[in-house]
Every structure is written in C-alpha cells, then in structure tokens.
Design a protein around this ligand. Sequence first.
Ligand SMILES: *Cc1c(COP(=O)(O)O)cnc(C)c1O
Length: 377
Amino acid sequence: MGHIYLASPHMSEEGFEQAYVKEAFDTNWISPLGKNVNEFEKELASYVGAKDAAALSAGTAAIHMAIKAAGVKEGDIVFCQSLTFSATANPILYEKAVPVFIDSDYETWNMSPEALEKAFEKYPDVKAVLPVHLYGLPANMDRIMEICRKHGVPVIEDAAESLGSIYHGQATGTFGDYGIFSFNGNKIITTSGGGMLVCNMEEEKAKERIAKVRFWATQAREPARHYEHKEIGYNYRMSNIVAGIGRGQMKVLEQRVEKKRQIFDYYREHLGDLKGVSFMPMHEGERSNCWLSVCLLSEESKVRPLDVMEALEQADIESRPVWKPMHLQPVFAGYDYVDNGGVAESLFTGGVCLPSDTKMTGEDLAGICRIIRGLWG
Ligand SMILES: *Cc1c(COP(=O)(O)O)cnc(C)c1O
C-alpha cells in the first residue's frame, strides 16, 4: 500500500471537470462569474431541492453570509453546535455576535434537541440556530425545526460535510432557512475550494435573500455606473474556473456517496466485533453520505484512539480524532455552553476518523482492518 489519505480529491475518470474548465478557457470566461457559476448554482439547487443557491469562495464564506442574511447583528446570541469544525463558529464572531454552544446527543452525534430547548429557556431572544450534519450524519431536523419554528428563530444548517445525505426523504441543508455546503479539498466532492449557500424558504423570499447574498459577496456594489457603496461588501464569489470543476464533480457525486457508504459498511463488518468498538449511528429513513467513517472506542476498551492513529501512521495511513468541541477551545473560552451530559466531549475522547478516501481499494481496506485488529491481539 502507498500513502493512504483520510479523504482526498477524486476527479471523474471521464474528465468532466476538465471539459467544463476548458470551455471556460475557450470562451475566456475565466472570471468574473460566467456560465459555469450559474449552472453550478442551478445544478446544486436542483440536486438538493432548494429554491435558489449562491456559489461562494468557501463554505466558511457561506456561513458568514447566512448569518448576515438571517439578520444577526453585533451582540446577538447564536446557538451553535459545539461538536464541529471551528469554521462553523468563527463567522458568528466575524459579525461580533455571541455564540452559545450546544451539546450533542448519542442518537445523532449532532445538536441535542433537549439541550436546545434548555438553551431557549435561558436565552429566549436568540437570533439564529446553527446545527451541523457532522461526518454526513443527519441532525434531528424534525425536532430542531419544531423547536425553532415554535420560537420563530431562523435555522442555518451547516451541511458542509453532508452533501448527498438524506433525512426523511429530504436533503440535509434544505430544512432550515439557509443551508451551506463546502467543496474544500477533502469534502465528498471538491472544487479545490469553494462553498454554496442554499435557501429553501418560499420562492420569492429565497430569490430575494440569495440576490442579497450575491450582492454582499461582490463588494456590495450599488447599481450605479460609478462605484457606489451603502453597505460593507465582501469578495466571496466563486470563480468560473472553480465552478467548472464543481459541475464535473456533481456528475460523480452519487458514485462517491455509494463508495463512502461501502467503506463504512466494510469497517463495520470487519471491526464491529472488536471489544469496546462501535460505529457512528445510522437510522431507518436516513441516508448518510458517510463522508468520514468514524468509530468509537468505549472507556473499557484498552485500545485508545491514539493507539489506532499511531499504528496507522506507522504504515503511512492517515486518520484523525473527532472534532474537538468548540466549548473546549481556548479561542472560545468564556462563551456559554449548554450541556447534555458531556456527549460532545466523550465523542471527542473516544472517536477515531478512519481513512475514508474513495480511491481506496479492497486491498487497502483489508490492510487497514488488519492493522487495527492487531491492536486487540
Ligand atoms: C469544511 C467545513 C466547513 C468550512 O468549509 P470551507 O469550504 O473549508 O470553508 C464548515 N463547517 C464544517 C462542519 C466543515 O467540515
């Protein structure tokens, strides 16, 4: 086995991406914007079933724009899932708003509806709620939406890791008022870097909100011949070259989901019997894209996550811990946290993200499992 990545870019065998990029070159639509951007927005919106979409330079930029679009202002409170990548929470601070971190539950690994309800009791004037679909696992959107609708608070779904995941017949990222996706290098499909903001409210409102986001993301230029500005703008749009890669990747997205799910099934089948080992939760009526396959080592297991990561590293194989919760991050010390019995922390302590690269062969997977099994003797 050569070096095995946790997850790396996987372009189509057919060269779809290069064909769209070539078209952009041939027509000199290198930038700004252009046909690939427009089509990529349409194709992604139609794939997930959203009313409209804006292609942006990163998933992080999409979260930032969603927070602005939701009307969050300086000093406003935003409930944010604690167990996530820091990019979920950082944009709250870009807007000088105040995150309150919410614990997860074991059923979904994502935002606990019980903790969310407790948070609403403590902070009834919260301005937005930010759940995540971690590793492709759908959050409990039925309960989260019910709670947030009751309070009339907008929901922004961080679906950066869950493109292709389905919850009760509907794509993750389309339950809330806003949803965001990422095409960063290690995500299930990649454009080398990029993001998308989707809007799924009633059609006219969605179009208006997305138009506003496109406006902010292109330096907030007012419609005047001279450069007129009434608001602070950003340079957040996706380039037409990058969008070409995205259009090509959309054609293989279902294939990638299939492969990711096979990888997860393989691990579960070949490691599931080991003492103290369990896997991320799957539920009836849901399809996780299994972006990363994550296993959990119980406290009783004498093999610890670090042992697994070190053994794999010796064989030139990448793995990584589960995200360190935001309420434990030094940069967010001092922000409040609503606990649900320390679930996020225990997933962080016991979890290992196993290699989930879609270019792995059956032999690679067998080799990985052999190394891990070896630790149990
Ligand atoms: C990757 C990721 C992001 C950020 O996306 P970028 O495109 O890298 O800016 C946000 N949230 C989560 C959960 C992610 O995994």
